[in-house]
Design a binder for this molecule. Sequence first.
Ligand code: CS2
Length: 437
Amino acid sequence: MEATRDRLAPDAAQPHFDRSQAVGIVHFGIGAFHRAHQAWYTDQVLATGARGWMIAGVSLRSPEVAAQLNPQGGLYTLTERSGDGASTRLIGAVREVLVAGADSAAVVARIASPDCHIVSFTVTEKGYCRAADGSLDRAAAATGFYPLLAEGLARRRDAGLPGLTLLSCDNLGANGRALGRLMREWLAGDHALARWFDAECTVPDTMIDRIVPATTERDREQLAARIGLEDAGAVFAEPFSQWVIEDSFAGPRPRWEDHGVQFVRDVAPYEAAKLRMLNGAHSLLAYCGLAAGHEFVHQAIADPRLRALATGLMVEAAPTIATGEGQDLDAYAADLLARFANPAMRHRLAQIAMDGSQKIPQRWLATLADRSAQGLESPAIEEAMRCWLDHLRGGRDVNDPLAPQLQQLLEGASVTEGWNRVFGPRGMLAAGAAAAE
Ligand code: CS2
């Protein structure tokens, strides 16, 4: 694709910067979301002439993205879609995709390089390897990013290099604090490195937002028909994008703020609104929508009963959110309904329904806990919780790391018993609710 990029149709804006410049960011989990979000913001920074912020992507498990992007020299297209049409941009910020395992030495070398300043993450909720009580599951962590990161950090310390900023871009409550705590748990056996980590590295909280459905074959075919180019790494997103970052960096960073990113002292109000309202409503629509026979988010939100439920969940969440300056939650809720209704996204409910056990604590249970502490009922959230239990009981197409344990708990249990075993005070997700705070 490097050679053929000049053949892109005129509406595909092209990168005009030196792509052989230094790699300043190592990113774990280079899926569609990262390519449509952080890499897109970074591409805009590079396009203004800033240097040193190329991205090395790392896939932890599957070689698929490497096989898609490396033959194209890391280039791919991002297409923004709405009811008004589509516009495509060629993104040049990704230099290479490494695969943990086969390329582990190269990953560590990238992190240990003096050029590197930021290691960022979109590894999904389960990629942080938290046990049900929120602590680090060491056995799972040993197969994730932790050992590679620890080795890279140790090499930096030994070489007398400065520390790094670790930037979690996943939908966890207080994602930076959570990552910092888990990393410290991983380093528990190496006090010297743990001390260096605390002194030299920072782990800001972030709120990330852009709806980026998984790319389908149909998407790639439509793109090829429109721009006359086959792109194995193409990603498709809504026009809306938001990124709010706690301004706490260990070293230099790209001037993302020139391209719409907000740097703030406290991310919590933005993050609570996003997790509890957007993601909370998304998960509700996923479980209740699938049960009602819908396939996509825009179909579910057009169903009057589900729209009322999703709105009800947002109304329940809003008073639990301590808003920051300039945040208007009524306007936010209205915007979310409009974003969900975008028919061009074809965002599959089944994609959102994945990994419920990892998502529900911060999306629903945190709101529920706040409301019950004030003696308030939460009928919409409780309906969503019932839909999730039914989804688990249904057994088909359940994609969740805790599915076997959850399904075992529910087997043969009455509706009330099942509810208590999962959500009750000693239920499987009770600790998760506390961890989401
Ligand atoms: C979705 C999110 O898949 C899911 O669980 O709720 O990926 C959602 O689309 C993004 O967080 C939007 O920013």
